[in-house]
Structure formats: C-alpha cells, structure tokens
Design a binder for this molecule. Structure first.
Ligand code: B12
Length: 229
C-alpha cells in the first residue's frame, strides 16, 4: 500500500490495520474464500470493529465487483466466487455483529422478492439489523408475496423489509404491499424497501413506508418506523 503524506498523521498500527482491510477487499474481488475468512479474522484480531471490517473490507470488495460486472469486465462465475468469499468473511462477523445488540428491540421479516436471487445485500441488512438488536426472520430469496403474509401471521413482526436488485423485480415490492392491503393487514405493518436500483422516489410511488440505500441506514429507518430512537 502506498503511504501518502497524509498518512504521517496516522499511527503505524492504523496503517497496518487499513492494509488488512485492503487485502480483505482484494480477496473478495479475487474470490479467494479462505483468504477472505483469514483476513476477516486478522482484521478483528487487530481490534477493528466488526462493522468496519464489513463495510471497509468485505463490502468494499463487492462494490468493486459490482462495477466490473456492470462494465462486462467480470462475469457471472467470477462474481459468484466473490459472493462466496464475501460469505466466508460474513460468517466470521455474524456472531460478533449480532452480539453488539443487548436485547431485541423489534422484529423484522426480511426477504428478496419473487424472481430475484440476489441475497448478498439482504444478508448484510440482516446482520446489521441483528447487530442493532432486532430479531430477524430471513425468508431468503425469490420470496412470493403470500410468503411474507404467512410469515407475518406467524411471527407478528411489524416491519417487512423487501430487497430487490433487478429493475424487473422491483414491481414485486409493490405486489407485496398490495398483498398486505388485500389481506386487510396493511395497517399492521411498516414496509421498508431497498436494493441497488430502488430509490426514495420509487418507495413513495408504490406507497412503501420507508427506503434505505444501505444496511446501516436500513437499521436507522427500521428504528424510525417503529418509533425507537
Ligand atoms: C452479485 C451479483 C449477482 C450474483 C448474485 C449472487 C448472490 N448470491 O446474491 C449473480 C451472478 C447470481 C447475479 C445474477 C444476475 N444478475 Co446480478 N448482480 C450482482 C452484482 C454484481 C452485485 C450485487 C451485490 O451483491 N452487491 C453488493 C451488495 C452489498 O449491495 P446491494 O445488493 O446493493 O445491497 C446494499 C443496498 O442495496 C441495501 N439493500 C439491499 N437490500 C436491501 C433491503 C432493504 C429492505 C433495505 C432497506 C436495504 C437493502 O443494503 C445493502 C448493503 O449496504 C450487481 C451489480 C451492482 N452494482 O449491484 C449485479 C446486478 C444487480 N445484476 C444484474 C443482472 C442483470 C443480473 C442477471 C439478470 C444476469 C443474467 N443475465 O443472468 C441475473 C439475475 C438473477 C436473478 N433472477 O436474480 C444487474 C441488474 C440490472 C437492473 N437494474 O435490473 C446488476 C445491477 C448488474 C448490471 N449493471 O448489469 N448477479
């Protein structure tokens, strides 16, 4: 890593730590799952907060992957290897992010909508919510609208969080809202939506209660929707 003059202000320990995060991002980019796991553990052993390791290490790598995929410089098999590497690191972080929340502050039902198989961002939202003390019922990917209703009837979670990564599956977020309306349950839930192509404008348009652009703001939004400060 190149050290600029600005780095003169930082301690050697900090520079070494950021070096680990860079290597971790690189491991995700290269799809090196074992390295991603090892570097996640190393970053934690350097006392970096789990959240920093997630955002500045694992997610940073995946953001680069996103850009390369978009420009056709990286292809699906490689993207899947990166996703796997990210997951290896996430498994190390999961219990640590979960244990930072003292007692459950609320319940959230979370899922990727029908027709959509993307789950990396959703699972980060899951971890961050858990870390903030929420109990999360993660329904997985490709979840039909009626499954969200069934999960609500079972768990009585007041927040339904919907992930969509494709412009073709965004309308499924609307379909879930309509399904709650049809079931006469719309007034009992707050619907939070997200995913790379989703915007506040879209949330307003389909009558969702909230939108958040990333996992950290998803936590803030979920709290806001439940009136928790
Ligand atoms: C990884 C990936 C895949 C992997 C998914 C692996 C997995 N297990 O998830 C694979 C290879 C399977 C895949 C397949 C496809 N993909 Co894809 N994929 C991506 C890629 C490169 C990264 C997505 C990702 O994981 N990002 C990292 C995470 C951390 O970010 P995120 O998902 O945005 O999540 C954050 C926020 O959005 C938010 N968030 C997410 N969910 C939620 C939910 C709530 C409630 C809230 C509040 C917030 C929130 O918080 C997260 C964390 O901060 C994106 C490119 C991109 N830049 O997004 C394309 C992308 C999403 N894919 C795309 C396409 C076209 C496809 C395919 C159709 C390709 C094909 N021709 O087959 C298929 C569709 C499969 C399907 N039916 O779902 C397009 C979508 C274009 C569009 N607007 O519709 C993208 C944008 C790439 C592109 N530019 O072309 N893909």
């Amino acid at each position: 890593m190149e050290i600029s003059t600005q780095d003169g202000e930082r301690s050697m320990a900090e520079i070494m730590k950021s070096g680990t995060l860079e290597k971790l991002a690189q491991a995700v980019l290269e799809g090196a799952a074992e390295d991603a796991k090892r570097l996640t553990e190393k970053a934690l052993s350097e006392s970096l907060p789990p959240n920093t390791v997630l955002v500045e290490g694992l997610s940073a790598g995946m953001t680069v992957v996103g850009g390369l995929f978009r420009r056709n410089e990286m292809f699906i098999p490689e993207v899947l290897l990166s996703a796997r590497a990210m997951r290896f690191g996430m498994e190390v972080l999961r219990p640590l992010l979960a244990e930072t929340g003292a007692k459950p502050v609320g319940k959230v039902i979370l899922g990727t909508v029908a027709g959509d198989l993307h789950d990396i961002g959703k699972d980060i939202v899951h971890m961050m919510l858990e870390g903030a003390g929420f109990q999360v019922f993660n329904l997985g990917i490709n979840v039909e609208a009626h499954k969200f209703i069934e999960a609500f009837q079972e768990h009585k979670a007041p927040v339904i969080a919907l992930s969509a990564l494709l412009s073709t599956t965004m309308p499924q977020q609307k379909a879930v809202i309509e399904a709650f309306e049809k079931a006469g349950l719309r007034g009992e839930v707050k619907i939070l939506i997200g995913g790379a192509p989703v915007t506040q404008e879209y949330a307003d348009k389909i009558g969702a209660d909230g939108f958040a652009p990333d996992a950290a703001s998803a936590v803030l939004k979920a709290k806001e929707l439940l009136g928790i400060s």
